[in-house]
Write a new protein. Sequence first.
Length: 239
Amino acid sequence: MRAPGTILPLEARGLGFAAGSLRILSGIDLTIAGGAPTVILGPNGAGKSVLLRLLHGLLAPTEGEVRWAGAGGHRRQAMVFQRPVLLRRSALANVLYPLRLAGVPAAERAARAAQALDLVGLAALADRPARRLSGGEQQRLALARAAATQPEILFLDEPCASLDPGATAAVEEIIAALAARGTKIVMTTHHLGQARRLAGDVVFLHGGRVLEQGPAEPFFAAPLTAEAAAFLRGDLLPR
Ligand SMILES: Nc1ncnc2c1ncn2[C@@H]1O[C@H](COP(=O)(O)OP(=O)(O)OP(=O)(O)O)[C@@H](O)[C@H]1O
């Protein structure tokens, strides 16, 4: 069972990140509430991955802060990366391992892992060595591993970056299923079609700043900034 209460909304206030003299993100103010997925969009180098890492707590901000509404925010979230790092063990063992680390009682671990493998369509491959799975299956396994920990918020960094259309559709289905059962998804993607299909709201980043933030439908129909309009047309944006 998930701990009572909620850690949402997640708020970023004056958030910034610099590496030496290079400012990568500045002045980010965001409120991420529960509900349909939040999709972070923007051209290459806009700072999407860095923002996701700051929100997740993997990077420490050099300015501003990330605030969770409730206690234990860092424990009730998970992140899945473009290329999952899997243990040299079976698919099932990969899902069980973080549950053991999280102190989930042994009796509950097997049921949760089986349920998560089922959710991603990998129940039949539970005993296969994880590193022998295809790229799409590995990404689904990474999603199962994260989902089994029952995070309230799940960060996904380009989850379909190196997947073909079939594998991408399978991952999108899993994301939609997780969102439907109440997991808040915050993700980056370069697939505009995917963003339109999944997003409840959008954060548009350019040059390390948030230029737009709001519900997905009006953003796609009539973006407010010239930069977002150009991005949606597929034009190159000056940095
Ligand atoms: N630790 C770091 N040190 C120095 N520069 C960094 C660091 N992390 C990211 N950068 C730079 O910050 C900028 C933003 O990187 P980030 O990966 O967040 O962009 P992105 O929007 O996710 O891009 P892409 O769409 O290409 O993945 C890039 O120019 C990147 O090279």
